[in-house]
Design a protein around this ligand. Structure first.
Ligand SMILES: *Cc1c(COP(=O)(O)O)cnc(C)c1O
Length: 420
């Protein structure tokens, strides 16, 4: 069931203050989720969540997460810069990227961040771009299918990430020679799963491997990084994964393999942390009846790409009409000249009138951040609904001037008058 923790009134008031479309984020909701996760892993002395910046790269939100004790998982130079600007440093940052420009290693080393190596060749790149820290994280890809019991969780054999086991051993052997004394292991083997068995299954795999590699190579196994992948109930019939049960499941594995403790646990949840705490707020501006009934809204795929890109389900509600019967069937569309620019296909909803305020739910992760500028459409604002009930603009909407800014290489640019 999607998140219904905020009343429609909250969104009506927001839409009086800010022009649609915009994403609204619930500060209190984000804080509560960060605290729930921390509590679920409180049994592990050295647990930390490294929020995946790519999911919601807004500095106001990142600072809120810092106050809640989270670190950041960064995937690019720009995200490292953002992390630094928000006051994160050292052990509060992990750089995990693949096929990245090697200078990004140097930038991460300058911040004294953890570095997660994706490939054997990264070892040499790290040597020449910042040098080796005493502890290095390695990303593992076991290949094939990743199953827990009879459930197939993911297809690592088709994923571009991580190293094979022989490559892991080779990387560790080289790193040890270079004076690296301890290592962490990371893997991301199922994306977008609400199955609470995922983290415990992954933990068992990584912890067993880490214990064995440490014994074989004579290095210290410092931490396991369970990465992201735990999802949220996007659909009404979806169950919220019980994060307390997830934490307990990991605990059982941990206590079996490391009764003495001594190994830290890191997570890099993005979607689970902020996904349910964001809504894309948009007005119905157009209605069209041909072979189907279409409602056009003032948001489009540049504000939220997941439905267009993956056919992903996002729940849609009409503000003030929550309790009316869903006796109409609509496609909810944006304005792009691109037929997959829809937020919903043949969705049962109450009757929608032009001017109605619509909410696209669960846009707090991989929402605004995935936006783009196709068709010259501009990305919308981000608004924080604060813990004390105020509204704060935390990113303004793009303007035409922003769109034209990268044309400053063209002398004719000076003749373009944005906004006219
Ligand atoms: C994307 C990503 C995450 C976050 O994934 P979610 O599905 O949002 O939990 C975490 N770690 C890495 C390395 C990623 O690429």
């Amino acid at each position: 069931m999607p998140n219904f923790s905020l009343d429609d009134e909250v969104f009506f008031r927001a839409a009086e203050k800010f022009p649609t479309p915009f994403h609204l984020y619930d500060e209190q909701g984000i804080r509560l989720r960060a605290r729930r996760l921390k509590a679920a892993f409180a049994w592990c002395k050295d647990f930390r969540e490294y929020f995946a910046v790519k999911a919601l790269p807004n500095p106001t939100v990142l600072r809120i997460l810092k106050e809640e004790g989270c670190g950041l998982d960064c995937s690019s130079a720009t995200e490292l810069t953002l992390a630094k600007a928000c006051g994160f440093s050292g052990e509060e940052i992990i750089l995990s990227a693949n096929a990245m420009p090697p200078e990004e290693f140097a930038q991460a080393r300058a911040l004294d961040a953890f570095i997660n190596l994706d490939d054997l060749s990264d070892v040499e790149l790290l040597r020449t771009n910042g040098g080796f820290p005493s502890c290095v994280c390695l990303r593992y890809n076991p290949g094939g299918q990743f199953s827990i019991g009879n459930t197939i969780m993911g297809n690592p054999g088709e994923a571009k990430y991580g190293m094979t086991l022989p490559q892991l051993k080779e990387a560790l052997t080289v790193l040890k020679k270079e004076g690296v004394t301890s290592f962490g292991l990371h893997a991301f083997l199922a994306s977008n799963t609400i199955d609470p068995a995922y983290y415990p299954g992954l933990a068992e795999l990584l912890m067993t491997l880490g214990r064995d590699l440490a014994a074989e190579l004579g290095m210290k196994f410092a931490f396991v990084d369970l990465s992201g992948g735990i999802s949220i109930p996007y659909k009404p019939e979806d169950q919220e994964p019980d994060i307390e049960q997830v934490g307990e499941g990991v605990r059982k594995v941990y206590e079996k393999l490391f009764p003495e403790g001594g190994v830290a646990i890191k997570t890099e949840l993005g979607r689970w942390m902020t996904g349910p705490c964001g809504w894309l707020v948009t007005h119905a501006v157009h209605e069209k009846k041909i072979y189907r009934d279409y409602i056009g809204v003032d948001a489009c795929a540049v504000n939220l790409m997941r439905p267009a890109m993956y056919g992903a389900y996002h729940h849609v509600t009409v503000c003030g009409k929550r309790d009316l019967p869903a006796d109409h069937v609509y496609d909810i569309t944006g304005s792009l000249c691109e037929n997959n620019d829809k937020f919903a296909w043949e969705r049962k909803l109450p009757e929608i009138k032009i001017g109605d305020l619509l909410l696209i739910h669960d846009t707090g992760a991989h929402g605004s951040a995935m936006g783009y500028n196709y068709n010259g459409r501009l990305r919308g604002a981000e608004v924080l609904y604060t813990a004390d009930g105020d509204y704060r603009l935390i990113r303004r909407a793009e303007t035409a001037a922003d769109y034209f800014a990268t044309l400053d290489v063209d002398p004719a640019y000076s003749t373009i008058s944005p906004g006219r």
